[in-house]
Write a protein that binds this ligand. Structure first.
Ligand code: FIX
Ligand code: ZN
Length: 419
């Protein structure tokens, strides 16, 4: 009898934790989505779901078709081919394929009919404003942080013209071209009225770069600055990227109290024929993160690393530096097997002072599956952790669990950002 009661209370306890994890609103701190005011830049609907670069990469493993022929097709034609290869000719078992189905199912669509025209018909009847709200509700997401680039010719004019902000969409100032491709970027800055030259910059140039960063930080009301970096990126170094970080980006972040988000590990265009789907992963030397954290204690760093092998080292670094906040299971690590491992490792090494996930969604509807899938895994791991605590006699209360999960789902991040 005693054993039955114990088992029943274990089940109830697990259910309580799961319910809290599944229902606590989350701040999605890194996406590639846009405020609806950006019009067509906000991708949504079945065809955009199907031509997501994660699925393009998978579909090419089955296609017997030259790359250029695929790229010459319309979006609908590409989506048809991907649907056929990944959903009809094979079972859609991969995480990215399953994600499409989780999303459709959550939207109330009948996936078992395997009827792509019917799905298209349903999406054609949706209004974007309503769809944004619906997806955010289904995902339990209360804010979506965009990745905003002043270097994007489609995005920049929207900012310049101005628009009433939807306060569910926050901004992050994306600066990859500035740090990674200075020779091509300097002439653009010069054209926009900043006194810079492509040659190795002098003091005046750095102050002009700071003026550029300040203008865009204010224009966007940016939450943080962000750059994704290749595995061989070095810091400190004598190269121009390093100098720009030291002399412009970090002083700017200090002045505005903003974190710099670094995403190490991406090897761009490993297979250029695959376009956006052609990026790969490499092992980064995380000494760059250590160097930044130790040399710039007044700066704050948000870091997510792409390689699975980097995750333990990154956790250990976060134990050493309180100006480092680690977040998300990025891209190739956003698969159940690795999410579970990373979440468990982070909880065991850091407690609750990190942000377990971001969606990286490029298509609005993806927030539904990315969050449903991740929440479930985070819940399992937390059930295990709280149960281990309970075994010591330390019974966590509902209020304590709610507080902790709020922290994991945006609270710790907001505090780190000083918001
Ligand atoms: O650099 C990034 O922010 C990456 O997330 C993207 O470049 C990448 O294409 C992506 O969508 C990964 O999820
Ligand atoms: Zn991203």
């Amino acid at each position: 009898m005693k054993a039955i009661f114990a088992e029943a209370s274990r089940v109830l306890f697990a259910k309580q934790i799961e319910d809290i994890v599944m229902s606590t609103p989350v701040a999605d701190i890194h996406t590639h989505l846009y405020d609806p005011a950006f019009g067509d830049l906000l991708l949504w609907g079945i065809d955009d779901l199907l031509v997501y670069h994660y699925l393009v990469a998978e579909a090419f493993r089955y296609f017997d078709l030259p790359y250029e022929k695929f790229w010459a097709l319309s979006k609908t034609e590409q989506a048809d081919l991907i649907w056929d290869a990944l959903f009809i000719q094979h079972s859609p078992i991969s995480e990215a394929c399953r994600g499409v189905l989780t999303t459709l199912h959550a939207l109330g669509l009948d996936v078992k009919r395997r009827d792509l025209p019917a799905l298209r018909h349903w999406f054609a009847g949706q209004k974007v404003e309503h769809h944004v709200t619906r997806c955010m509700e289904l995902a339990g997401v209360n804010t979506i942080c965009m990745s905003n680039s002043p270097f994007d010719d489609l995005e920049r004019p929207v900012w310049e013209k101005g628009f009433p902000r939807d306060d569910r969409f926050t901004a992050a100032l994306r600066i990859d071209p500035l740090l990674l491709w200075w020779p091509e970027t300097a002439p653009k800055l010069a054209k926009w009225g900043y006194k810079v030259t492509a040659s190795h910059p002098a003091k005046t140039v750095f102050s002009e770069v700071r003026r550029f960063l300040a203008d865009w930080t204010k224009q966007m009301n940016a939450y943080y600055l962000m750059v994704s970096i290749p595995p061989d990126f070095e810091f400190p170094s004598r190269n121009i990227s390093s100098k720009l970080i030291e002399e412009a980006v970090l002083p700017h972040c200090r002045e505005f109290g903003l974190p710099l988000a670094l995403m190490p590990g991406v090897k761009r265009a490993v297979n250029p024929e695959l376009e956006l789907a052609g990026d790969g992963v490499g092992l980064s030397n995380l000494t760059i993160v250590q160097n930044l954290c130790v040399q710039y204690p007044e700066n704050k760093f948000l870091v997510t690393a792409l390689a699975r092998e980097s995750q333990h080292e990154l956790c250990v670094l976060a134990r050493k530096f309180r100006n480092l906040h680690i977040f998300g299971c990025w891209w190739f690590t956003n698969v159940p097997v690795i999410i579970e491992e990373m979440t468990r490792m982070r909880l065991e090494l850091l407690g609750l002072s990190f942000t377990p996930q971001h969606s990286d969604a490029r298509v609005l509807d993806q927030i539904v599956y990315k969050w449903q899938h991740s929440r479930r895994i985070i819940a399992w791991v937390l059930v295990e952790k709280y149960s281990d605590l309970a075994k010591t006699g330390w019974q966590p209360t509902r209020a304590e669990i709610e507080r902790d999960i709020k922290d994991l789902f945006g609270g710790a991040f907001e505090r780190f950002c000083g918001k």
